[in-house]
Design a protein around this ligand. Structure first.
Ligand code: SAH
Length: 440
């Protein structure tokens, strides 16, 4: 029997997911300029004081302040996901998405020698929906994972979302240990009995053989923006509009800025976005995977070093001017996978980016959909079919979203791995998703 049938239908036959249509953040190709009422938000006031005191700020600093400022950041105190929020993501649309990712991790765990223990680390877990679907697959394939010691580690800056995650993933009755001053700020046990811990930074997650998951995480990390001018590359800054003291505007730096080192010497575009924080995160993931084994699966909307101005805002499922009413809307920029690949080079191997449609097809989404449809009633069938269309349709999320993986070199090219040396020799089976799922 196929693994996709063995996962079963589960206690959540068809988990309640968003009613279409909703807005996903990868939908537009360039920044929006829709008229939105200018509102003097606490964040705008804070930014105006800051710019008055120290001068114009980079777009990266602007994005970081607006999204993750500990006192007023957009992500820190609200649940912005889902129908009532500002945007919707794949796991919130269909349970199949997380189920197939759960199978991907088990398939990689098996292909690399079935280590006695592994850590599952998720960066930016949102509402915990994706992880909930992954963990349900782990429980349903308990016979495959039996005797494997699993722990879950979440990297999350949002106080509000960490609470939402805890209530989605943990039994209500089990108390949560809290220590706001510690690098592990919350701890508990999931509904299926797996230890779970929360951190603000990947650096704080203990190192160990593990799988890393980042879905729609890299697109919210701050980008620097550069414009080619007759004088050379100039960085874009955010300044106060001289015509209206409560408005912001973009300006070009009059001279070269330090971040210019991130631009490739052979760059042919005339506008470039660079995300050094993504580079640091990829380097950290790569070093960990090279040292202790495992893999990272990154899924996001993005491009392979070809796009120019992708910085945009979302509020209430609508495009929102990035400089208007800061703190009330999500800010995002497409992920440059060519940059992520360069940051991983020499340490680990990378696969992708490949289109979401291809990845999910290779993972067996059609078989999984059929299993669920066969066992569902009519309203649930409609929901499953709509969800499938949203994830797979090339005009919807199928071609805009991509999958990218980091793996130890040995996984693709052979050779023994330090942590698996005394275990069965890993077979060089194709990496699921990037090729067909071979495991039955
Ligand atoms: N992965 C989820 C949510 C995506 S939204 C999904 O697909 O549904 C982005 C998530 O990243 C949120 O949980 C947000 O709070 C978190 N986040 C944003 N910036 C972060 C940072 N610098 N460090 C850790 N988490 C961050």
């Amino acid at each position: 029997m196929s693994v996709l049938a063995r996962v079963g239908v589960g206690p959540l036959c068809v988990a309640a997911r968003a009613v279409m249509p909703c807005f996903w953040r990868g939908k537009y190709f360039s920044s929006g300029r829709e008229p939105v009422e200018n509102q003097v938000t606490p964040m705008l006031r804070h930014l105006i004081y800051k710019i008055k005191a120290t001068g114009p700020i980079t777009v990266a600093e602007y994005m970081k302040e607006v999204l993750t400022n500990p006192a007023k950041g957009y992500y820190v105190y609200r649940d912005m996901l889902g129908e009532k929020g500002d945007f919707i993501t794949s796991p919130e649309i269909s349970q199949i998405f997380g189920e197939l990712l759960g199978i991907w991790f088990i398939s990689e765990w098996m292909a690399t020698g079935k280590n006695a223990a592994f850590q599952l680390v998720e960066l930016g877990p949102g509402r915990g929906t994706l992880l909930g679907d992954v963990l349900r697959v782990f429980s349903q394939l308990g016979s495959v994972l039996k005797n494997c010691d699993i722990s879950v580690h979440l990297v999350e800056v949002s106080e509000k979302l960490s609470e939402v995650q805890a209530s989605a993933l943990m039994e209500e009755k089990v108390p949560l240990e809290r220590d706001p001053g510690s690098s592990v700020y919350m701890k508990g046990v999931t509904k299926s009995g797996i230890p779970i811990s929360w951190y603000r930074d990947l650096q704080d997650v203990p190192e160990g053989y593990g799988f890393y998951l980042a879905h729609e995480f890299f697109d919210v990390l701050p980008v620097h923006k550069f414009q080619k001018t007759p004088q050379g590359w100039r960085e874009v800054f955010v300044d106060i509009d001289p015509q209206a003291s409560d408005k912001l505007r973009f300006v070009l730096a009059p001279c070269v800025t330090p971040a210019e080192v991130f631009i490739q010497p052979d760059e042919t575009r005339d506008h470039v976005e660079v995300c050094p924080e993504a580079g640091v995160t990829i380097q950290e993931l790569s070093q960990r995977i090279a040292r202790t084994g495992g893999a990272a699966l990154i899924a996001d909307y993005g491009h392979d070093g070809t796009k120019t101005d992708t910085f945009r805002g979302f509020c209430g499922h609508k495009l929102h001017d990035v400089l208007v009413a800061p703190g009330t809307a999500d800010l995002t920029a497409d992920v440059d996978f060519s940059y992520l690949r360069r940051m991983a080079e020499g340490k680990v191997a990378s696969l992708g980016p490949i289109k979401q449609q291809t990845f999910l097809k290779n993972m067996g989404i059609d078989v999984r959909l059929k299993v669920l449809l066969d066992k569902s009633d009519e309203p649930s069938r409609q929901q499953l079919l709509q969800g499938y269309d949203m994830l797979m349709n090339p005009k919807k999320m199928g071609e805009r979203f991509h999958f990218f993986a980091l793996l130890p070199h040995q996984r693709l090219h052979g050779g023994s791995h330090p942590t698996n040396a005394c275990q069965s020799k890993p077979s060089l089976s194709p990496v699921a998703g990037f090729g067909e799922l071979a495991w039955r």
